[in-house]
Design a protein around this ligand. Structure first.
Ligand code: NCD
Ligand code: ZN
Ligand code: ZN
Length: 345
């Protein structure tokens, strides 16, 4: 196959930041995705429906002229989010989900949940109104190895949560392990997962062999090859539980290339091309449309986009950098490298 035409994809896990950074990055996603689930981990986080509506307006104002890209908003769950906020969110029609960041698990998670027991009534309301809970599934205990944090989360947090709230709709975000892929595959239909392109394409050697490569550092951290193979298998299995979520997470070059670099890979400029590369590796380009364009809307109860995009097999070299906020640059993942897939313009 040398060309692939797909229903226009959506990105079910995206960080757009705010202000100048938002203006610098939103066009990359809007150029290829119809919609995106917008992560709420701003500083301060988006914790109320009113804040989500304002943030949505800032995103719409930052779009390139003529863009029809649609941001789908998310609330950031805290220990004190009241059940009434979930009702407001559901009634707004604009907020599509609520995000669980275990406190301290990742970028801007300091206001996250310290103990899910604090949120029980709120989560009960989510189950009642059908509001999905999007989960950054890692425990944060100092004694748990960073490579094991996702698997331990599934056993010690996620399984008990679903036992307490069996009807709760859950998306395990950016899954990175065989344990997560298998857990989601065997779970009932109210449980789904997003998978990033970088976790489909790379294992931890890419980040650590021959020198430490900060642009590959993200959370959950890249795992060993066995896990990458399990993710590829899940994404190309044809199961409607798995869908595209880039977790494109912009940080300036200075914040990434530092003695204590930030977590996050900037993949938005080449998102669908990176996924096509991964599916091509599995000889499964015929499965890309379901993963990228159909399974996500199905889970969220939305219709698929009405238009299409076409990918073609030809060399396309990513820029070395793009301009970002405060006069800084941002380095896309695979900067200066050539992909074998490009979007036809
Ligand atoms: N994935 C990351 O490494 N970083 C994300 C946060 C997140 O999705 O965990 C970010 O906001 O920078
Ligand atoms: Zn996360
Ligand atoms: Zn993320």
């Amino acid at each position: 196959m040398d060309t692939v035409t797909l229903t226009r994809p959506d990105d079910w896990h995206l960080h757009l930041r705010d202000d100048e950074a938002l203006k610098a990055v939103v066009g990359h996603t809007a150029a290829q995705m119809g919609r995106a689930i917008i992560m709420p981990n701003l500083t301060p986080p988006v914790t109320t429906t009113a804040q989500a509506l304002e943030y949505r307006q800032r995103i719409l104002a930052a779009l390139p002229a003529g863009s029809t890209f649609e941001p789908l908003m998310v609330l950031y769950l805290t220990d004190t989010t009241p059940p009434e906020e979930i009702e407001r969110a559901a009634q707004s029609g604009i907020v599509k989900a609520v995000k669980l960041y275990p406190a301290g698990a990742t970028t801007n998670s300091d206001s996250g949940v310290t103990n899910l027991a604090h949120c029980d009534a709120t989560i009960e309301m989510m189950a009642k109104v059908g509001m999905p809970l999007l989960v950054h599934g890692e425990v944060t205990h100092a004694e748990i190895d960073i490579f094991d944090r996702e698997a331990v989360f599934i056993d010690t947090v996620l399984k008990p949560l679903l036992e307490r709230h069996p009807a709760l709709r859950v998306v395990c975000e950016h899954i990175t392990t065989q344990q997560a892929a298998e857990f989601v595959a065997q779970a009932p239909d109210n449980v789904a997962a997003t998978i990033t392109a970088h976790h489909l394409l790379f294992n931890r050697n890419k980040m650590l062999v021959g020198g430490i490569r900060p642009h590959y550092y993200c959370l959950p951290i890249l795992k060993r090859e066995q896990h990458r193979q399990a993710l590829l298998k899940a994404a190309t299995s044809g199961s409607h539980k798995f869908f595209l979520g880039t977790d494109s997470a912009p940080h300036s070059q200075r914040a990434k290339e530092s003695s204590c670099g930030c977590a996050g890979a900037y993949t938005a400029p080449a998102a669908i091309e990176l996924y096509a590369t991964a599916f091509d590796e599995m000889d499964a380009l015929d499965k890309l449309e379901a993963f990228a364009s159909l399974n996500g809307p199905r889970f969220y109860g939305l219709s698929a986009n009405a238009d299409t995009i076409t990918l073609e097999r030809r060399g396309w070299t990513l820029p070395e950098s793009y301009s970002y906020a405060q006069g800084e640059k941002i380095i896309p993942l695979l900067a200066g490298e050539t992909l074998n897939w490009a979007v036809r313009s």
